[in-house]
Design a protein around this ligand. Structure first.
Ligand code: PGA
Length: 269
């Protein structure tokens, strides 16, 4: 990795992304987004200093999009998955074309829950990354090691290999986000240490430089995910290669998620 990649941290707008997983129906989604917007506004949160994204279930997306458009709410809208295919006989799947038409800008790909419960391997992840880019969506490529991987290979080896495979055939100019999510830290209450997150994030930035180019490495945001909360977010954001967070459980609690978005203020980073 060129050292310029790390030094360019200031050019990367921090991204705090809420992955709601299979929680909140469309009415609860609308109420949650409205409350988050007002909570941040009341707290004087400066729009633009941190980019906020929500990833509701598919059934909520239309309602959330309508609300965001009508009230000019400055949140990015994301989806939790997409099909590798454009259209056709794929029962239950959702095309990136449909998501793009609904104003979705980001899509999570390769979340460990999809890799584990839906047996999505590196080939499927790679195909979905290409499908997202084809439809103008920014893939949020999730990588991370299990507790067993950590013990056997250390923290970086598995995420590095997953990212290398996900980036095969991706042009250096592509707009992507990478999320480092150690599987053992997701939903466990036991987050990685900031030093662990930094070590892997730096290795992933090295992959971006090697497989894409130095500019992609300097420009691309790398998030940490896994038991992020308001009490630990600032310690991650102090690390030079961590540009934001992918937040699961804590994104469902509006005051907690708002406090995570406001990490600069409430902990003074
Ligand atoms: P968590 O989930 O914040 O509940 O650990 C993170 C994720 O799975 O993206």
């Amino acid at each position: 990795m060129s050292s310029s990649a790390t030094q360019n941290r200031s050019s990367r707008t921090p991204l705090i992304a809420g992955n709601w997983k299979m929680n909140l129906d469309h009415l609860q989604a609308v109420a949650t987004v409205q409350k988050l917007h007002w909570t941040l506004k009341d707290a004087g949160h400066e729009t633009g200093s941190v980019q906020v994204a929500v990833f509701p279930p598919f059934t909520d997306i239309r309602s959330v999009q309508t609300l965001i458009d009508a009230d000019k709410i400055p949140f990015e809208l994301g989806a939790q998955d997409l099909s590798a295919y454009d259209s056709g006989a794929y029962t239950g799947e959702v095309s990136g074309a449909f998501l793009a038409k609904l104003g979705v800008g980001l899509v999570i790909i390769g979340h460990s829950e999809r890799r584990a419960y839906h047996h999505e391997g590196d080939d499927v992840v790679g195909a979905k990354v290409k499908a997202a880019l084809k439809h103008g969506l920014t893939p949020v490529i999730c990588v991370g090691e299990t507790a067993e991987d950590l013990e056997r290979f250390g923290g970086s080896a598995v995420p590095v290999s997953q990212l290398e495979k996900a980036l095969e055939g991706v042009p250096a100019s592509a707009d992507i986000v990478v999320a480092y999510e150690p599987v053992w830290a997701i939903g466990s209450g036991q987050a990685a240490t900031p030093a662990q997150a930094q070590e892997v994030a730096a290795a992933l930035r090295g992959v971006l430089a090697r497989v894409l180019d130095d500019d992609a490495a300097a420009r691309t945001r790398i998030l940490y995910g896994g038991s992020v909360k308001s009490s630990n977010i600032a310690s991650f954001m102090r690390e030079p290669d961590v540009d934001g967070a992918l937040v699961g459980g804590a994104s469902l609690v509006v005051d907690e998620f708002a406090a995570i978005v406001r990490y600069q203020k409430h902990v003074g980073v």
